[in-house]
Design a protein around this ligand. Structure first.
Ligand SMILES: CC(C)(COP(=O)(O)OP(=O)(O)OC[C@H]1O[C@@H](n2cnc3c(N)ncnc32)[C@H](O)[C@@H]1OP(=O)(O)O)[C@@H](O)C(=O)NCCC(=O)NCCS
Length: 154
């Protein structure tokens, strides 16, 4: 599939289990997370309230959801990329970058001046390629992560 294939749309509540399968599979590409995820299956969750509120967008090709992204609004008005996962078999085809561009556009249209993310260190190169810069580190339940920002000029 070419990077421009497929389309983006809002997620539906009935597809939450499929999104959680993608989350689980995608997270397990980093070997050090496998045991954590197997020990804490409850960590694999796509909150239905986020889907109902229109915060979750999916990329779809021929009725197959290939990846998704969740964007939250922070109290200071920044937007946070809270989840971004692509089916492992379909990685490196531009789907993650498209979901980021969609998230950035929607956040900017919603008035945010910045899109922020707490990134797995493995994903730092991806986010750098998508226009984010590293601003620090942040602890997570699965170990240290990297805090990254992307400005959203009007
Ligand atoms: C991170 C993730 C969302 C990227 O999605 P993707 O669709 O594979 O990414 P893209 O194809 O859009 O990549 C765009 C560019 O980012 C960079 N990139 C992507 N994955 C990379 C990797 N593993 N290592 C280094 N650079 C990477 C490349 O420059 C790539 O362009 P190229 O393929 O032409 O070289 C996906 O790998 C994923 O779901 N990972 C597991 C979960 C995860 O870590 N999510 C982020 C949570 S913070």
């Amino acid at each position: 599939m070419a990077a421009g294939g497929g389309h983006l749309r809002e997620a539906r509540v009935d597809e939450v289990p499929a999104l959680e399968d993608i989350l689980r599979e995608a997270s397990m590409i980093w070997p050090e997370h496998r045991d954590d995820l197997l020990a804490h299956p409850e960590a694999v969750e796509v909150p239905r309230r986020d889907v109902r509120a229109g915060r979750v967008r999916v990329h779809e090709v021929d009725d197959l959801v290939t990846g998704f992204a969740t964007v939250l609004t922070l109290p200071d008005g920044d937007a946070e990329l809270d989840a971004l996962f692509v089916r492992p078999a379909l990685m490196r085809r531009g789907i993650g970058a498209r979901l980021v561009e969609d998230a950035a556009r929607r956040a900017r249209d919603g008035g945010a001046a910045r899109l922020v993310v707490t990134a797995d260190p493995h994903a730092e190169a991806f986010y750098a390629r998508c226009g984010f810069r590293t601003v620090g580190t942040a602890p997570t339940r699965f170990g240290p992560a990297i805090r990254m920002h992307r400005e959203l000029p009007p």
